[in-house]
Design a protein around this ligand. Structure first.
Ligand SMILES: Nc1nc2c(ncn2[C@@H]2O[C@H](COP(=O)(O)OP(=O)(O)OP(=O)(O)O)[C@@H](O)[C@H]2O)c(=O)[nH]1
Length: 232
């Protein structure tokens, strides 16, 4: 199959600071947990996956939240689907997820969504009952699960698969405002799982980007010597 024939899905992972968006994205893409990230910008990942027996190119923007509670409208408009993440030990993060889901719902022809409550291993610190997350998701007719990205969590892949499938069921966006396909330039290693030196995404790429760069159609300049371990 030619690469231009492979269907592409664009995902945005959004949520408050520190809910585990980067950890969750990397866990999904590599199967590995990286405990500490130091990033002050959005990160854009690309990987071709096999889904339902066919190939799908997945682009994921891991949205840097900072300390602001702003809704990341540019990234959401770019995306076909949003993974909305909160931390079960922090009510503020559920409030922010609620706000985001409301904003997504208000968009005409907006992206589909899925709600994830992360850090389920910290049950003793829980502020959000699981049924509250489930009720919020049900109110928006979207999927929901709790995960602990810090632990082996096969349900995470199922959640992404559902989100990708749901996004395909949405009508195609009439106007694609941005294209980032040419931005994907920094190879993060080839063999992936098992390398102890690099965080390598198998057959994938990751680049740091600013939300404004999602609008650009010209290729990003390659960032030379970019190492995931030093940048994620
Ligand atoms: N206990 C526990 N800690 C987690 C889990 N997932 C992530 N963390 C930790 O939560 C902290 C924040 O994780 P990040 O992935 O950087 O969170 P983020 O949402 O990307 O944060 P920003 O980049 O600031 O928006 C890190 O110290 C992670 O190790 C989890 O499932 N359980």
């Amino acid at each position: 199959m030619r690469s231009e024939d492979v269907p592409r899905v664009r995902l945005a992972v959004i949520g408050n600071a520190d809910v585990g968006k980067s950890a969750l994205t990397v866990r999904y893409l590599t199967g590995r947990f990286i405990g500490e990230y130091r990033s002050n910008t959005d990160l854009l990942y690309n990987k071709t996956i096999t889904l339902n027996g066919g190939l799908t190119e997945v682009e994921i923007v891991d949205v840097y939240a900072g300390n602001a509670d702003d809704f990341p409208i540019e990234q959401v408009l770019w995306a076909d689907a949003c993974m909305v993440v909160y931390n079960i030990t922090e009510r503020r993060s559920l409030n922010y997820a609620t706000k985001c889901l409301g904003e997504i719902k208000a968009l005409q022809n907006g992206p589909s969504a899925y709600l994830i409550g992360n850090k389920a291993d910290l049950d003793h610190l829980r502020e959000i009952p699981e049924k509250e997350g489930a009720a919020l998701a049900a109110a928006h007719s979207i999927g929901f699960c709790e995960v602990s990205v810090a632990e082996y969590t096969p349900i995470l892949s199922k959640a992404f698969e559902k989100l990708i499938i749901d996004s395909r069921a949405q009508p195609q966006k009439q106007i694609r405002k941005f294209s980032v396909s040419k931005m994907l330039g920094t190879l993060m290693g080839s063999s992936g799982y098992g390398s102890s030196r690099n965080l390598a995404i198998n057959q994938g790429t990751v680049i740091p980007c600013h939300k404004g760069e999602l609008h650009k159609t010209r290729p990003l300049k390659r960032r030379q010597g970019f190492m995931a371990t030093s940048s994620l």
